[in-house]
Design a protein around this ligand. Structure first.
Ligand SMILES: [Zn+2]
Length: 252
């Protein structure tokens, strides 16, 4: 059975949409991930997690959106980004196109933390329109599911955890000879409760926010399996849930 929308014909898509009101939609970014990882890390991982979940659940999966909200990485070459408004509207319009065919439950698999604010806003707007969108991010899931697999400094941007998942999924585009460990710099104004409008380059020269040399393919496989299992559970629950129970409640 096909699960990728772009591999189906329109008649096959019609058959799916007549029987199902749920879809999986991966989004990510194209941004620096240190000297050892591909720029596509965030969208490639989101795509792999989404596609594997789709295969295991029989739920339709869309193509990944590769560009996201990552202007804060732009000083590192090859980072391609769009504004939060453009990203939000693009993702929203794709969701509404799905809704035209009867889809009312959408699981967004987000591979890049910088997209979350725009996605959350969009999900709230769509709930008002009768479409329920949940957002899954693999790294907070892995942190809870496998708390002992990595140290805190190995769980940040472009460090061992992300590099390990890349090694498990596409080792041919990871160069461990270039992996570095770099402790992010503290800004002079940094203090508890303060958020600063800084870029990645303000913190790190390599793009790595901690230790990446501890990455391994085996650890990456463990993370991938754990997060896909968790997402499969969520997709099954969402599939069974009644849309009326998910939408906005009336005034009390
Ligand atoms: Zn990343």
């Amino acid at each position: 059975m096909k699960v990728m929308l772009h591999e189906m014909s329109w008649t096959e898509a019609k058959e799916y949409f007549k029987k199902n009101d749920i879809a999986i939609f991966p989004v990510g970014s194209n941004e620096q991930h240190g000297p050892q990882n591909p720029l596509g890390t965030d969208h490639l991982i989101a795509k792999a997690v989404a596609e594997e979940t789709a295969k295991r659940t029989g739920v339709l999966c869309l193509q990944v959106i590769p560009f996201g909200v990552s202007s804060h990485h732009r000083q590192f070459w090859g980072t391609i980004y769009v504004s939060p408004e453009t990203f939000k509207n693009y993702v929203k319009e794709v969701c509404l196109a799905l809704n035209y065919y009867g889809v009312r439950k959408i699981v967004i698999v987000n591979g890049h933390g910088g997209n979350l604010y725009a996605l959350t806003e969009m999900a709230r707007e769509l709930r008002e329109k009768g479409v329920f969108v949940s957002i899954f991010q693999w790294w907070p899931a892995a942190n809870k599911l496998l708390p002992d697999l990595f140290k805190p400094e190995e769980r940040r941007h472009a460090t061992a955890e992300e590099t390990s998942v890349n090694l498990a999924l596409h080792p041919q585009i990871v160069d461990m000879n270039k992996a570095v460990d770099e402790e992010p710099r503290k800004h002079i104004l940094q203090a508890e409760g303060i958020t600063l409008p800084l870029d990645t380059v303000d913190y790190t020269s390599s793009g790595v926010f901690g230790k990446s040399t501890a990455a391994s393919l085996e650890k990456g496989k463990k993370v991938f399996e754990a997060v896909v299992n968790e997402l499969v559970k969520h997709v099954k629950l969402l599939k069974e849930a009644k849309i009326e129970d998910l939408l906005q409640k009336p005034k009390v």
